[in-house]
Design a binder for this molecule. Structure first.
Ligand code: URP
Ligand code: ZN
Ligand code: ZN
Length: 460
């Protein structure tokens, strides 16, 4: 009755930690109990290890045209890296090309992913060209399984004005969708970028100095107020700093339906990285930028106390050689984005759980359960219950690794976490009952990942 049984592991969910076996049949969790046995089932021993629901990364940019180039991981290489790092689902951003309908945009993203992804995936739709037709189309897009949208408040060519954000918020309120927002004040950034460049200040550090934390705080507060006017839920992506966090805290205290995500880079790296010599600071050019270190403790506190609900990666990799170096003469020409899809679980476990900043159950909540709830995948993803997809990770809490380009599968020529030592690493990843990564190697199948239609988003 079981195809396989994971035995002797300690199951960890967002709420519980207990020892039990997991029986798996036809890609689903069929039973959880003591001493499960059955003839002919494959036995997977998880003695001395944790069993987590597979990680869910709700913020990736695979095969994305951006900043005059294309992000380096496609849906094959990016999802292999995700799988090896303990992530079994990604939600990637389909970016609407100007003039195209949302349906046409999604067709483009499906052709990038279908037949390539090795783990399950969904799409948010980034609306860059809001017309009356696109506004009307949102209803059908939501009911077709794409209920979340991203709107950019900055970036030339992508950004939308406040009235467009408001209209989109009203639309998702009506049809039970969710707006995700990239919150930075466009005009402040534009002024400072031009000022620094006119003064000949071209180095990577000026990327950070031209995008101050208060400009993110201001835009976050503005987006929240628009959501409050619309009485709509709102999800802040890649929140980096205390200024933005306090806007979220205030709104949540008032009972507003505001949720927010941060990323490992904002918890572990800092503005100092932009000062690395020989243009190495370009590796960390992303938006919003890395912040002064004093922002990190408030973010950890926010994660521990449900002021922040998720940790995603914003994985948007560009090679140092050939892509990042497009900006040697101007920080404004460095493609924005950095890799991170593979090391998320290990970094969060080591720097979060091992250091006592978050509990083991909270680690599972912010990396898997909450993303599943917010984005309409729960309980088939993000949980360990009978009937759920057997997307599972066996994690060795004692395994020591040094994060390095050489052990990662990301298709990019560096990692921002080179030399970071961690204790705790995934040793086996299972997607719908099939082992797809083992001991640092990918053993799954290209194209085995399936598109996930999402619905029933939860506000948490
Ligand atoms: O620098 C970043 N974050 N690149 C990806 C696009 C975005 O804004 O998320
Ligand atoms: Zn963004
Ligand atoms: Zn992003």
């Amino acid at each position: 009755m079981f195809d396989s049984i994971i035995k002797n592991g300690v199951i960890v969910t967002g709420s519980d930690t207990y020892r039990a076996d997991i029986g798996i049949q036809s890609g689903k969790i069929a039973a959880i109990g003591d001493n499960l046995t059955v003839d002919n089932a494959e036995i997977i021993d998880a003695g001395g290890k944790y069993v987590f629901p597979g990680g869910i990364d709700v913020h990736t940019h695979l095969d994305m045209p951006f900043g005059g180039t294309v992000s380096k991981d496609d849906f094959a290489t990016g999802t292999v890296a995700a799988a090896c790092g303990g992530t079994t689902t990604v939600i990637d951003f389909c970016i609407q090309p100007k003039g195209k309908s949302l349906k046409e945009s999604l067709d483009i993203w499906h052709s990038k992913a279908d037949g390539k992804a090795v783990i399950d995936y969904g799409f948010h739709v980034a609306i860059t060209d809001m017309t009356d037709a696109v506004l009307a189309e949102m209803k059908e897009v939501i009911s077709s399984g794409y209920p979340s949208f991203k709107l950019f408040m900055t970036y030339d060519g992508l950004r939308v004005e406040d009235d467009v954000l408001l209209k989109a918020l009203l639309q998702v309120r009506e049809y039970s969708g969710l707006i995700c927002v990239h919150a930075e004040n466009y005009f402040v950034l534009k002024y400072l970028v031009n000022k620094f460049l006119s003064e000949g200040k071209i180095e990577p550090i000026y990327h950070a100095l031209s995008r101050p934390a208060l400009a993110e705080g201001e835009a976050t507060g503005r987006a929240i107020k628009l959501a409050q006017i619309a009485d709509a839920p709102l999800y802040i992506v890649h929140l980096t700093c205390n200024a933005a966090l306090q806007e979220v805290v205030r709104a949540r205290d008032m009972g507003s339906k505001i949720m927010a995500e941060t990323c490992p880079q904002y918890l572990l790296l800092s503005e100092d990285n932009y000062r690395e010599p020989d243009f190495q600071g370009a590796k960390y050019v992303m938006s919003p930028p890395l912040r002064p270190r004093e922002n990190q403790e408030p973010l950890w506190y926010g994660l521990a106390h449900n002021q922040l609900q998720t940790v995603a990666t914003d994985h948007c990799p560009f090679d140092f050689k050939g892509q990042k170096d497009m900006g040697r003469e101007s920080f404004a020409k460095i493609p924005n984005g950095a890799p991170g899809i593979e090391a998320r679980m290990a970094l969060l476990f080591d720097r979060g759980v091992n250091s006592g900043k978050i509990t083991l159950n909270r680690f599972v909540e912010i990396t898997s359960t909450n993303p599943a709830k917010i984005f309409g995948l729960y309980p088939s993803k993000g949980s360990i219950v009978a009937g759920a997809d057997a997307d599972l990770v066996i994690f060795d809490p004692k395994l020591k690794k040094t994060i390095s380009k050489t052990i990662l599968h990301e298709n990019v020529d560096y990692t921002s976490y080179e030399g970071f030592k961690v204790t705790g690493y995934p040793v086996l990843t299972m997607s719908k009952g099939k082992v797809i990564a083992k001991d640092g190697n990918f053993v799954g199948q290209k194209g085995a990942g399936q598109f996930l239609k999402r619905k029933n988003l939860m506000i948490i």
